[in-house]
Design a protein around this ligand. Sequence first.
Ligand code: ZN
Length: 420
Amino acid sequence: MTPVEFLVAAQPSRTQRSTLVLPNTLLRRALACLLLGVGALLAPFQRSAHAETPPAQTPPAQNRIIPGPLEDLGREYKVRLVYFVPKDREIKKDYREKIEVLMRVVHDIYDRDFKAKGYNTRGLDFEFDEDGKLKVHLIRARHNAEHYTGNPPTSDRLFNSTSNEMVATIGYPAHRACLVFSEAGGIAEATPAIPFCGVAMVSADMLRDEITASTIEKQIENMFDETPVKKADGESSEPRNRATQISNGVLMHELGHIFFMIHDQRDQRNIMAYGYHNLRLMFDKKTALSQPVRFSEDHARIAAATRFFSETIDEEDGEGPQGELKFLTPPQPGDTQVKFSFTASDNVGLKAVIYRESTLDTIIGGESLSGKTFERRGIFPRPIALTPGQLLHYMIYLLDENGNVALIQKDYRVPAEAQP
Ligand SMILES: [Zn+2]
């Protein structure tokens, strides 16, 4: 196959982070969002507020869009909902109804976005009880909250200890995207679905009456209601619509990480940036059609190709694709672009790829693939020239036609001095 020249779209200028993201346990950190409770989530959001955002006006009720009920699609690959309550914490009233309301919103946003982009999918599927009700696994945990958070609390400890007890209690989540509402502490983290199961964990603070309703009509109303409500700390307050949009939005963002959607900061309308601050705009008929809150094309393509969305999977194909990233010339201090080649192959057919550079905390490109082999030579631009000794970490998700994935990573330290 002839290599095609390729320039990955330039980044908006952003402050570079100095953190190196390494494989293994730190892969999850690459997907980590903010490790604090919903109340504390607000600080970074305030920093990235956008001047062009329309004010949260209350539209007439007839202009609202109300997400429909969830139904069992009979898919093999489903979302599993888990409510994890440590021994010293209380079960919140109406948790099941509230989680169903939250997931109706999430399903609706994914569904409208992927359909608007032309993907053949009925959207996310969920587990249901024998009586036809949405299934929420209530886990009355064995220990007090501090056992899970650690003291001092760390997100790694909370994520791992909760995941382990979940598996020990209700079994290994094969073919499941697990969404865990934790009463133990503040968290918003996720692992990608490798192999075909992943975990997203959020704080169950969002199940408070103040910000999550037990009916869908009231939940949509909450997104437009500016009445001040107490934050989780019980002291300071915030507008209800802000807390509701962010908490319901965090769910779809964290689930997105399971489906290989990493952060995409190229457009702040993206759900995999902070686009979900303005979730209400998708439930007002006057604004929804322009998709003011969205997944990027590169992200939707890769998620729609997973087994959690695709309608054309051959499960007999268990062989993942192969890929290799090379630098055409070793990156040097002062370089404003990185020349690369990427080759890929699959036994059946390639489907999609996204490219990420971890120190920028965003994907930097992606494309649709076809055929059994692929070769790309191109340029990853750098918004800021490379500095001596800085680290680069490229991360590529490659999907085949049957939802098998490969993660290709490449670490590189820029030399202290330019090489002759
Ligand atoms: Zn995130």
